[in-house]
Write a new protein. Sequence first.
Length: 156
Amino acid sequence: MTDLIVDVQYLPHADHAIPLPSYETSGAAGMDLRANFEIGLRGDGITIDAGHRMLIPTGLAIAIPNGYEAQLRPRSGLALKHGISLPNSPGTIDADYRGPLGVILINHGTESFHVAHGDRIAQIVFAPVLQANWQRVDALEATSRGGGGFGSTGRK
């Protein structure tokens, strides 16, 4: 395993008492991101009604090294227990983005869900990136599957 150094800063309005993301176990692939609301919202947090989505701030900005991306993913416990997920999962943060790190949460559950200041809301996973170059051809190489699409390989 290779260590990746990612620069991180708290935004001016952020609560520095909210810990930086960290791996909860030695085998974890993702670090938990926490809600970090601006002054005035810290005590109340935000409630997401069933069927709605909201952008939740983390109070952080990051600088990902070139050749890598960050992926934002749902937390499985929130998904199972409350129907909370990320509508664009996985969300991608490109290496050249330097703005605020926010997480779009969607409530697929049947009841409102309250996000409190400091709650763990998502995971962040870092991955290498390959950029493709297109090679235009007149025909594609044949395979046994061919052009069979959705459901074409059957159900086993």
